[in-house]
Write a protein that binds this ligand. Structure first.
Ligand SMILES: *Cc1c(COP(=O)(O)O)cnc(C)c1O
Length: 229
């Protein structure tokens, strides 16, 4: 368990980092912070709640389920940000996350929509873009993103598509990371006419750069909790 004062200091630092970055864009540019608890214990999530944080992300359905269950009494917003296996779709639907950020193919969208429809419910989702064309990452290729996005909007009535999510390029070269964020943001801009309002980019190491490139939702874990449990 991390000391509350340490978490308070880490959270303050991240909030001020976000604040400075967003004000450089515009005072009207509002950025949401989703804290990612995958590296940390559930007690630290409760502590962050007591410090005012409300939106939390998990990348595993199992872990999300157990945390949503244990923290049921707290009015939290839960985001799913990981790769969704087909055999976990029903479980995720039952958890009712506020936002599923990681639709990474038309095929997954179709499968999810079918099960949502069978359960007579809907889910808010983002389309994940593999903005640096990395083999190790999930997501649709930038050049096919607009078509796939529009196809999901047309063919998946139970999915409410709200925008895009991307993980910045995995490199120390800031200009390459910036290129990957700009690629996603350009796609986001062209999809605003189709109802996209969320551009989720930026993690602990690059959220300020992501905001400079137009991100309005950042997902931050290790800057708050450190890497280890
Ligand atoms: C783990 C994770 C994060 C947070 O990463 P940090 O570098 O620890 O801030 C953000 N987004 C996704 C999709 C993740 O899996």
């Amino acid at each position: 368990m991390i000391d509350k004062e340490i978490l308070r200091r880490n959270l303050d630092e991240v909030i001020w980092g976000i604040e400075e970055a967003r004000l450089r864009v515009s005072e009207h540019h509002i950025v949401k912070l989703v804290t990612v608890g995958k590296y940390t214990d559930i007690e630290n999530i409760e502590t962050l709640y007591s410090l005012g944080q409300r939106a939390f992300g998990e990348n595993q359905v199992q872990q999300l389920e157990s945390r949503v269950d244990k923290l049921e009494a707290l009015p939290l917003e839960w985001h799913f940000i990981g790769t969704l296996q087909k055999n976990k779709i029903n479980k995720l639907i039952d958890i009712k996350p506020s936002l599923m950020q990681s639709i990474d193919s038309l095929e997954l969208a179709m499968a999810l929509d079918k099960k949502l429809s069978a359960k007579d419910t809907t889910m808010s989702c983002l389309l994940q873009i593999n903005s640096a064309n990395e083999d190790t990452k999930s997501g649709v290729q930038p050049q096919e993103a607009v078509d796939i996005y529009q196809e999901i909007v047309e063919r998946c009535p139970n999915i409410h598509l709200k925008g895009l999510m991307s993980i910045g390029a995995y490199t120390d070269d800031r200009s390459v990371v910036k290129d990957s964020f700009e690629t996603t943001h350009k796609i986001y801009e062209s999809l605003q006419k189709d109802g996209a309002t969320i551009c989720s980019m930026g993690m602990s190491g690059d959220y300020e750069l992501a905001i400079a490139c137009g991100s309005n939702l950042v997902r931050v874990g290790s800057a708050l909790f450190g890497q280890s449990k």
